[in-house]
Design a protein around this ligand. Structure first.
Ligand SMILES: [Fe+2]
Length: 347
């Protein structure tokens, strides 16, 4: 036993359950002679469970033959209390060294047994071995908990830094665009609300919240003369503008994470229309990825309800009307219905 374990052994809590006061006394003296300090002894086995729960022993010395409630009944109670991944040593002391009793006790969670009358040295050795295993087990358990919390910390940090980079990327995409301010982030929030009202699982909703703000990332590749043009675009300018979908998708392509893959689908397909009149691929209905259909609605509504240099914001009620008009034309009817049902939430 190494030093640390020896140190712990002295602080080990030992519970003795034996109906014979003389046995309890003898065991207590043996243990104290060996340096154990925290010992509890009871002679009424009916108190075993309550004492166990209150005392939280590291080791139980348990007599099998006791009146009222025998050692097997105590084992049964303890078994149901100790969590499966905990190692609680129970050393059974038995006057009936019969094979059946031993096998039954071992089957019920006893870790070792000693025949009465016992040899002091043997009992102490067995106790020491059991406690050594107990403390190694506890150490392992603690290390696992420490590692788990370190991994959780790192994961949180990674998530935070990833989110920050993505936020800044979304801001970069907006930087040269008309004065849209917090448009990208609002689209993320709106898309997430919509996704969750459509019943998407929480992890998908979380991805959507972070992927949606990147929908216009490809505008980075559109010339200022087109991007910042105050009036309507000429046909060739509009054709160039449409390429922000494929440029964004190309920028986000090859991503190894579900987040990047979702962001790519959204960037590529957020201007597709339910009736097939959209771009860049002219996809129709459910051929358009669900996330892109959701972002299309959120993008449209948010753009309408905020000022742009070339027009004033539309009131939410009117924007809802306009959205209704596009139900089944530009947008997925089911998503529009969900949006309108929850419209109060978005005002
Ligand atoms: Fe767009």
């Amino acid at each position: 036993m190494n030093l640390q374990l020896r140190h712990e052994a002295r602080h080990a809590r030992v519970l003795i359950v034996d109906d014979q006061p003389a046995n309890v006394r003898l065991l207590r003296q043996m243990l104290m002679g060996e340096g154990y300090q925290d010992i509890r002894g009871i002679t009424d086995s009916r108190e075993a469970l309550a004492t166990f729960l209150e005392f939280q022993p590291d080791l139980v010395l348990l007599d099998l033959q006791m009146p009222g409630m025998d050692g097997f009944a105590v084992l049964e109670q303890l078994q149901s209390t100790v969590p499966g991944d905990h190692y609680l040593p129970i050393l059974v002391l038995t006057g009936d060294g019969g094979r059946n009793a031993r096998e039954r006790a071992l089957g019920m969670g006893a870790k070792d047994f000693v025949d009465k009358p016992f040899h002091v040295a043997e009992v102490l050795l067995r106790i020491r071995n059991l406690l050594e295993t107990r403390f190694l087990h506890l150490q392992l358990h603690n290390q696992k908990a420490v590692l788990r919390s370190q991994v959780e910390d790192r994961t949180r940090e990674l998530f935070a830094s990833q989110t920050e980079v993505l936020d800044r990327l979304a801001q970069a995409a907006e930087f040269r665009d008309v004065d849209t301010g917090e448009h990208a982030q609002r689209v993320g929030e709106l898309a997430a609300k919509l996704g969750s009202s459509l019943g998407l699982p929480a992890d998908e909703v979380a991805l959507l919240r972070r992927a949606a703000p990147l929908h216009d990332l490809g505008k980075i590749g559109i010339p200022d003369s087109i991007l910042r043009k105050p009036g309507p675009l000429a046909p060739d300018e509009f054709s160039a503008m449409k390429t922000h979908t494929v440029i964004g998708a190309r920028l986000l392509s090859g991503g190894g994470t579900p987040l990047m893959q979702m962001a790519q689908r959204i960037a590529l397909s957020h201007h597709e229309r339910w009736n097939g009149d959209g771009y860049p691929a002219g996809l129709r209905a459910t051929d358009i990825p669900l996330e892109a259909r959701i972002v299309a609605v959120a993008d449209y509504f948010d753009a309408l309800t905020h000022d742009r240099p070339y027009r004033q914001a539309v009131a939410p009620d009117s924007a809802c009307e306009m959205l209704r008009d596009e139900r089944g034309r530009a947008f997925d009817p089911e998503i529009v219905d969900h949006f309108l049902d929850g419209a109060e939430l978005h005002r």
